[in-house]
Structures are given as structure tokens and as C-alpha cells.
Design a protein around this ligand. Structure first.
Ligand code: NAP
Length: 264
């Protein structure tokens, strides 16, 4: 199944599950920035929620809000039994400590998976792993290569693949091209998250049975969005950009919200 088909299938399942609830799964999004990219992400989350018969509310505050007042709003959502999931949209203004805010969200409502004691997995790696599992990828013992070691993508991705019993190699900008060619050539799964247009191309050899997940989002000279890999590499599965990991991240949030609602 393509990512689009998979997401449509999961949405249908979630919609059916949501219709059985007297009070629909309910999400609160707290925003304390004027960031246009955040506005776009939030619009996506509100649209997905509505489409699935979930309820979602945006609590928007000016970026001048104090940390104390923001914590009070988080407490309000934490204490409300009708709120299943709570997310605080990043980035936060510089006078607010992101770590304090992440830890203030009730771990039972932390559908972004940011709290240290959360039972939820972070949405991008979870969305990727759910899709791979659905497509029949066998994690246990597979050679997985993660390109990129950032705190927001590479590291959580590598951690989740380890949890699923892959043998994980993390490549980064100080890994020689020769070593990259070696590890990529032996990989059953390649997660590309470096932010370089067309980095994975014909210079590398790939296993024919390999799965490639392209997390990169790069604006090309043509003005369009491209991934870290050129399209149509000779492998078993490759996710497109756009229409790939972005959609998987969005559906994973809705899956987490459904679990939170079931745990009510
Ligand atoms: P980042 O913080 O810039 O990290 C990039 C990573 O790639 C770093 O670890 C860097 O290594 C490594 N790298 C750079 N050049 C490399 C090379 N030639 N060979 C091997 N490794 C190399 O970026 P990020 O925030 O992780 O994001 C990565 C990409 O994913 C971006 O295109 C971003 O837009 C996209 N993204 C997509 C989603 C989604 O939902 N689809 C979500 C978040 C991010 P060093 O550590 O050595 O510098």
C-alpha cells in the first residue's frame, strides 16, 4: 500500500472506532507563538481530528504569555476529564523553558510523546514504524541505517528501531562516504533524515529488498519539495516526498489520541 492508501485505511478504522464513543476523543492544542509553520501544522491536526469525528480545540495565547500563566493553562487541560490529549505546539518563545513545559503535561495525556514518563511514542518514528509493520517489514534482527543524528528525528528514530530489535547504525556528517556506502549497501531499512536534496542517489548500492523511508523535506531549485533521496531507487519500498512521512506523523498523533481516549 502507498502511504496515502495506508493513511486513508487507518483513518477509516479510527473514524469507526470514534463513532462508538459517547464523548469523542478530545484533543487540546496549546499555542504560544505566531509561527506560520506552527499555524499550518495546527490546521492539519484540527482538520484530521474533524475528519475522524474527534474533537479538537486550539487554545492560542500571545508569545508574551508568562511561563507561569502557560503552566496554569496546562494544569487546566490536565485537570479536565473531558480532555484526552494535550499538546503544546513548539517552538515556544525564548523566555519559556521547553523542558519544564514538556514535563508539565500529564503523561497520560501526552499524545506527542515528549514527557520522560509518557507511555506514548513520538509521532514521526511511531508513524514510520506502524507503516513499515503494516507493509510487512520484519524489525527483529534487521539491519537498519539511520542517516542523521538530530535530537528531533535521528536519535528518537534510532531508539525506536532498537526497541523493535533492529541492529541499528547511525550515520552522520562525520561518517566517511566510504563507510556510508558500506552500511547503506548492507541495510534492510534506510531512514534518511539529513535535509539534503537528492543525497541518496546512484552513488550508493542498495539491497533490492531494502525499504527506504525519506524523512527529508528540502525546497529544490524548482521551488518544489524534495526528499533526501532521488525518486524510484531500485529497492522494495521507498516513501515519497511530499505524501510520505508528513502524513505518517499526522496519523500517528490521531492513533495516540485514540489510545488516550480508550484509557479514559
Ligand atoms: P538537522 O538537525 O539539520 O540534522 C541533520 C543531521 O544530518 C545531522 O545529524 C547531520 O550530522 C546529518 N548530516 C548532514 N549531512 C550529512 C551527510 N552528508 N551525511 C550524513 N549525515 C549528514 O535536521 P533534522 O531536524 O534532523 O531534520 C532532517 C530532515 O528531516 C530535514 O529535511 C527536515 O526538514 C526533515 N523533517 C521532517 C519531518 C517530517 O515529519 N517529515 C519532521 C522533522 C524534520 P551532524 O550531526 O554530524 O551535523
Amino acid at each position: 500500500m502507498t502511504v496515502k492508501e495506508y493513511v486513508a485505511f487507518r483513518k477509516e478504522t479510527l473514524r469507526q472506532e470514534a463513532s462508538a464513543f459517547a464523548v469523542p476523543p478530545t484533543l487540546v492544542i496549546i499555542q504560544a507563538n505566531d509561527n506560520p509553520a506552527s499555524d499550518a501544522y495546527i490546521r492539519g491536526k484540527l482538520k484530521d481530528s474533524e475528519e475522524l469525528g474527534f474533537k479538537a480545540e486550539l487554545w492560542k495565547f500571545p508569545p508574551t504569555i508568562s511561563q507561569e500563566d502557560l503552566l496554569k493553562e496546562i494544569d487546566k487541560a490536565n485537570a479536565d476529564p473531558l480532555v484526552d490529549g494535550l499538546i503544546v505546539q513548539l517552538p515556544l518563545p525564548p523566555h519559556i523553558n521547553e523542558d519544564v513545559i514538556k514535563k508539565a503535561v500529564d503523561p497520560k495525556k501526552d499524545v506527542d510523546g515528549f514527557h520522560p514518563e509518557t507511555s506514548f511514542e513520538p509521532c514521526t518514528p511511531k508513524g514510520i514504524c506502524d507503516y513499515l509493520g503494516h507493509e510487512g517489514f520484519v524489525f527483529r534482527g534487521a539491519n537498519a541505517v539511520v542517516l542523521g543524528r538530530s535530537n528531533i528525528v535521528g536519535k528518537p528514530m534510532a531508539h525506536m528501531l532498537l526497541k523493535r530489535d533492529c541492529t541499528v547504525t547511525v550515520l552522520h556528517s562525520k561518517t566517511s562516504l566510504e563507510d556510508q556506502k558500506f552500511y547503506i549497501g548492507h541495510a534492510d531499512l534506510i531512514i534518511a533524515a539529513i535535509g539534503r536534496n537528492a543525497y541518496l542517489d546512484g552513488r550508493f548500492e542498495y539491497k533490492k529488498s531494502a525499504f527506504i523511508v525519506d524523512v527529508g523535506i528540502n525546497r529544490g531549485e524548482d521551488g518544489k519539495l524534495h526528499g533526501d533521496a532521488i525518486p524510484d531507487l531500485p529497492v522494495a519500498l521507498q516513501t515519497p516526498v511530499p505524501g510520505g512521512v508528513g502524513l505518517l506523523t499526522r496519523i500517528a498523533l490521531m492513533e495516540n489520541l485514540m489510545v488516550a481516549a480508550k484509557n479514559r
